[in-house]
Design a protein around this ligand. Structure first.
Ligand SMILES: C[S@@+](CC[C@H](N)C(=O)[O-])C[C@H]1O[C@@H](n2cnc3c(N)ncnc32)[C@H](O)[C@@H]1O
Length: 300
């Protein structure tokens, strides 16, 4: 049943409900967890299973001891910030970790008092609902297409692309050898290697791959992991080499925001922004503001 058929059946059903019960039913539709469960399918189950597997292999903050520069940048933010990886921990899991005292959503303003303020959370991975949104609502049908995830980290985009898209090749580029190893273990364990591959490489060495890519995903790749001068160099390299007409670029945050922070002007006539429909409900733990950070561009 497609959307308009479902809408008309729904209207017919609602028109038969007794008027005094209708407000209760509408409230149940808006708030009940029972309906969220309808959105859980095998694809989500598989992504959650991968996340379970990765969670036990990583520390709670899912950062490597070698990521000193990224940790330092987080400490320099004006508000206290912690890294909670959204692919590994959904809101419910964060809540239960907070309840058992392993994690906190707040910090103490005056040590020892109850005067607390909310901590800022950042994630270096897309959550499962962001992945679903990316592949089902942002990108078109990817049959026969090559997708490259710049900075694939835990591999969330690659696994999401495997279950939610028909892309023929999903290629991750990652600077950290440890994360490459972790992703390769997952590809092996879940038998994903027929369509997924991870390269231990700096994107700035991958001109040939960028020439052939149909989709490039860049989820806040550089901000925490490279010095500003290196970020400028990497963006210039991408603008020079990701040029196949009609290919698609996904960025978080927008290109404008990423580039203006570095005082780089996008090459004139490189890409145009395409509209994205953000009005979609993907479950209670989906953060609408996070979805709005996802931007789509087409190479002109
Ligand atoms: C924010 S994470 C992106 C995670 C992943 N793409 C996702 O959306 O779930 C950025 C990752 O990019 C990697 N990275 C940073 N600069 C890179 C570069 N020049 N080439 C390849 N990987 C890079 C970092 O090591 C880090 O793991």
């Amino acid at each position: 049943m497609n959307l308009s058929e479902a809408q008309s059946e729904m209207k017919q059903l609602l028109s038969r409900v007794s008027p005094s019960e209708l407000p209760k039913l509408l409230d149940w539709i808006r708030t009940s967890d029972e309906l969220d469960d309808l959105q859980v399918d095998n694809r989500k189950v598989m992504l959650r299973s991968i996340a379970d597997h990765l969670r036990v292999r990583l520390p709670l903050d899912a950062m490597l001891p070698s990521e000193t520069a990224a940790l330092h940048k987080m400490q320099q933010r004006c508000r206290p910030t912690v890294h909670v990886d959204s692919f590994l921990y959904d809101d419910e899991q964060v809540d239960s970790l907070c309840e058992e005292g392993t994690m906190s959503r707040t910090y103490c303003l005056t040590c020892g008092s109850f005067k607390t303020a909310p901590l800022d959370f950042i994630s270096h991975s897309f959550s499962v609902s962001e992945l679903q949104f990316l592949f089902q609502n942002v990108l078109p049908d990817l049959s026969g297409k090559i997708l490259v995830d710049v900075g694939s980290r835990l591999g969330a985009v690659l696994y999401g692309g495997y279950v939610y898209s028909s892309a023929c090749q999903l290629i991750g580029l990652e600077l950290s050898e440890e994360f490459v190893q972790l992703q390769n273990d997952i590809l092996h364990k879940y038998r994903l290697s027929d369509r997924v591959q991870v390269l231990h490489a700096d994107v700035c060495t991958q001109d040939v791959l960028l020439h052939s890519a149909d989709v490039l995903v860049m989820n806040n790749v550089f901000e925490y992991f490279m010095e500003p001068s290196e970020q400028v160099r990497a963006w210039r390299f991408i603008m020079q080499n990701f040029k196949k007409r009609g290919s698609l670029l996904v960025t978080v945050p927008s290109l404008q925001e990423s580039l203006s922070a570095l005082q780089v002007t996008p090459q004139p006539g490189w890409v145009e922004e395409l509209p994205v429909d953000y009005d979609v409900y993907l479950g209670r733990d989906t953060d609408p503001d996070a979805l709005r950070q996802i931007h789509l561009y087409r190479v002109i």
